[in-house]
Design a binder for this molecule. Structure first.
Ligand code: DAH
Length: 341
């Protein structure tokens, strides 16, 4: 027997007896592991130099034997490895150092407001659905009782893509999309972007955000509409909030109203955004017009409902004291990072 054979045999026996001790918990895993597989002083490393003394045919045979032995050791150790195994590579890491800094993005103020409103309405059974920002004239106007050449189309300057397709000017079209596919009772919110061809200034932009609300059932009353919106205002602005309803006009609701909340006049941006009144108009609303139900084949003798449309930007600007609406769309990191939830 060559001295290489003797050496490996000796180590194999030694390993068997150490492995026995390990199984009986008489020695700890790390010390046996390092004894055999340690990078610098592991006993397995003492076998490789022996290869150089062997003839070439013996060399490959002995090489295989070392590898088999190594695999056997690794496999036997496997089930004794502690769960928080620290591999050799990681041993040099100083675990007491503070972790490296990771920058977590912030949530856009518009998204913060939309999420909060969705969660307030979800408590009273409203779920969220999403419409499409590119829509047809039919969904954006006709089905909402705004026929061609109706003066109400002038209320909203529209971006047309072609004669029939446009960028939606409001979220109200999602009422139609939803009612065409579903039957009452309905309680939905539909948030999203809308577009209008308006002059860009500190107060208006060519895109902004709305949340549409729709409630359809039997015997729905105007006081339920008021109660629902007052509940929302209290949850969002605080229980002492003052609200008022003013009569208004929308082609898709009859009667129609607008709701204002009293914000107060505490600083310059309050003056600017509320035009010096302290009152902020936050939504349009009303009882769904029977013409709208006709568009979706609902029988308005049997069911009725209410709808509302909330503007998000104005609420965001007041809540956060933002005095230029354009800041909301520029993606400036210095501006956005201030809005940690
Ligand atoms: N779509 C209207 C707008 O953009 C807002 C609105 C008013 C929505 C009354 C409604 C509603 O659902 O009932 O100005």
């Amino acid at each position: 027997m060559s001295s290489a054979d003797n050496k490996i045999k000796e180590l194999e026996n030694l390993f068997l007896s150490d492995y026995d001790l390990l199984k009986q918990n008489k020695i700890d895993f790390e010390s046996v592991y390092n004894k055999y597989l340690g990078r610098k002083k592991g006993l397995l490393n003492t076998l490789y130099p022996l290869l150089s003394d062997l003839d070439s045919d013996k060399k490959s045979e002995f090489g295989k034997r070392i590898n088999n032995f190594k695999n056997k050791i690794i496999l036997s150790f496997d089930k004794y490895k502690p769960c928080n195994d620290i591999s050799e590579k990681e041993v040099d890491v100083d675990l007491t150092l503070p972790e490296s800094y990771t920058s977590l993005g912030s949530i856009h103020p518009i998204t913060i407001i939309i999420d909060e409103i969705k969660s307030i309405f979800s408590k009273i059974g409203f779920s969220s659905v999403y419409g499409s920002e590119i829509d047809s004239e039919y969904y954006n106007f006709e089905a909402l009782n705004i026929p061609k050449h109706h003066p109400a189309r002038d209320m909203q300057d529209t971006f047309y893509i072609n004669d029939n397709i446009l960028l939606r000017t409001h979220t109200s079209g999602s009422q139609i999309h939803f009612m065409k596919k579903n039957k009452p009772p309905i309680r939905i919110l539909s948030p999203g972007r809308v577009y209008r061809n308006e002059d860009i200034s500190v107060r208006s932009y060519c895109l902004f955000h709305q949340i549409e609300g729709l409630y359809v059932d039997q015997n729905v009353s105007f006081s339920e509409l008021k109660g629902t919106l007052e509940y929302f205002a209290k949850e969002f602005f605080g229980s002492n909030v003052k609200t008022r309803f003013r009569p208004s006009y929308f082609p898709f609701t009859e009667p129609s109203a607008e709701m204002d909340v009293y914000w107060g006049l505490n600083n310059e941006s309050d003056y600017r955004i509320t035009k010096g009144t302290g009152w902020l108009e936050i939504l349009g609303c009303g009882m769904v017009d029977p013409e709208v139900f006709k568009s979706v084949d609902y029988n308005s003798e049997k069911i009725n409902g209410f709808a509302f449309g909330l503007g998000i930007e104005r609420i965001a600007m007041l809540k956060y004291g933002i005095d230029d609406i354009r800041l909301l769309y520029e993606g400036d990191y210095k501006f956005l990072r201030q809005f940690k939830k």
